[in-house]
Design a binder for this molecule. Structure first.
Ligand code: DLL
Length: 435
């Protein structure tokens, strides 16, 4: 079943009743199976029986990434290893990795959540699907692979990297669908232009992109450069991987698979729940997982939730595109800045390529942001004056839109490393103790 109309279009009241039932089951399960949660619930004096509505989830304790690290590798696992059939992991940038074990049922549910994503993006069994997410411990590769296989598509498991080969296979096989991070999609588009392969005239029709923040401007850029529809996937290893949320043909927000994941927005400072429509940190509770359920997991992703009638007919709550991770938020002249906001503004400037990097340095006591971006070839051909003029224009645009003063450097063509997975956008050169 590529999509699940019963749940995806369920009236909200009924859906929330279902969520409450599953929430209670999950709380019961972990309080029996995971000492970490058992102790936390005991401390707070909360039992499954105390949960009378979905809002009562606010009585439950939060879980943070450090809890997963501290309990590495399997102390949060609620089942015996004989019942685990897969273990993914995510290393992040620092410290110990976190693990994501699955029972056979967890794996099946994950595949179903992913099939909904593919179906909503317009993928069908006739498609030839090129999967350029990394295969291995990263959930992107196998997550997309198993869903496309289940749907009966012809899957080409290229994994990420070897960009020229990606393009050759895309042309030779006539791939109709591409799965990749948005930054890697752009790398592929650019390399194809250099190889004089006209991607726009290939059979490629749709891409499903995710695993990193990307602005609406970036979506438009990819759609134009590849002549495809660029759809979105959202998820994280802690909850299953991709498959937590996906967008529909309206391309106006990401539907959360609410029968599997209970979403909340909290104020990242006070940790108080915020009402629908307000921006804050996204928090998830898994509702049906058995190997490693998560209770109120703080994602650090900043967005807002909207419950509104969607033209696609789905009743699942929608979230805005992720503005960024609270870890990546910069405070420049007292203004909170997410890299994706700078990305949006750069994409408005026709003289530059969507290849950029943000350098954060200390100047005295103040944080200083330098935006490094590549110009289009014409700008370099026109000489140094033009380069300075474009840099000043961008700085003016950023000042006008965000009220912050930044330095802008038009760096040499192709000098910014091209991404094959998650792009590195922020280079923080401040001394560690001053960040
Ligand atoms: O990135 C899972 C995934 C694979 C999602 C493929 C989509 C496609 P992690 O490596 O654990 O898992 O990273 C999770 O990536 O908390 C977000 O900060 C970010 N992220 C994932 N999807 C999106 C998205 C995978 N669509 C972290 N937009 C999350 C913005 C995203 N950020």
């Amino acid at each position: 079943m590529p999509w699940n109309k019963k749940f995806e279009c369920m009236p909200v009241e009924k859906l929330q009743k279902f969520q409450l039932e599953k929430l209670k089951e999950t709380v019961n399960w972990i309080s029996k199976k995971v000492p970490f949660y058992k102790n936390k619930l005991k401390e707070l004096g909360v039992k499954a029986d105390n949960l009378n509505s979905i809002e009562d989830s606010a009585k439950l304790p939060f879980t943070v990434k450090d809890d997963l690290r501290d309990n590495y590798p399997f102390d949060l696992c609620a089942v015996a290893m004989k019942d685990v059939v897969r273990i993914h992991a995510s290393s992040g940038t620092t410290g110990k990795p976190i693990t994501g074990p699955y029972t056979a049922d967890d794996l099946e549910q994950w595949t179903e959540c992913m099939c909904r994503n593919l179906y909503s993006a317009g993928v069908r069994r006739e498609d030839i699907v090129q999967n350029a997410y990394g295969y291995g411990l990263f959930t992107g590769g196998l997550g997309f692979h198993q869903a496309a296989t289940k749907m009966g598509c012809a899957v080409v498991p290229t994994s990420s990297g070897l960009t020229e080969r990606q393009i050759t296979l895309m042309k030779d096989f006539g791939s109709t669908v591409l799965f990749a991070t948005p930054s890697y999609a752009l790398t592929i588009a650019e390399r194809a232009e250099e190889m004089k392969v006209d991607i726009k005239s290939l059979p490629l029709r749709v891409g499903i992109f995710g695993a990193e923040p990307w602005s609406s401007g970036m979506r438009q850029e990819i759609e134009e450069r590849m002549n495809i529809k660029a759809m979105e996937a959202y998820g994280l290893t802690e909850l299953c991987g991709p498959g937590v949320g996906f967008d529909c043909e309206a391309q106006d927000g990401i539907h959360i698979n609410e029968d599997h994941f209970l979403a909340e927005i909290v104020d990242p400072g006070t940790l108080e729940p915020l009402p629908l429509g307000e921006q804050g940190e996204l928090v998830f509770t898994s509702l049906q997982r058995r190997a490693m359920p998560m209770i109120r997991y703080r994602t650090k992703d900043i967005t807002r939730l909207r419950r509104e009638r969607c033209p696609c007919g789905r009743t699942f709550v929608k979230m805005d595109k992720i503005y960024g991770r609270s870890d990546d938020m910069l405070i420049i002249s007292g203004v909170n800045v997410f890299p994706s906001q700078i990305e949006s503004l750069l994409l408005d400037i026709e003289e530059v390529e969507p290849q950029y990097r943000l350098l954060v340095r200390k100047k005295g006591y103040l944080d200083q942001l330098t935006v490094q971006v590549e110009g289009k070839q014409e700008v370099y051909d026109a000489g140094k004056e033009k380069r300075l003029e474009v840099a000043a224009k961008i700085a003016g645009h950023i000042k006008g839109m965000m009220g912050i003063g930044v330095e802008v450097e038009l760096v040499d063509a192709k000098s910014i490393a091209r991404s094959e997975g998650k792009a590195l956008r922020v280079v923080d050169e401040r001394p560690k103790q001053l960040r």
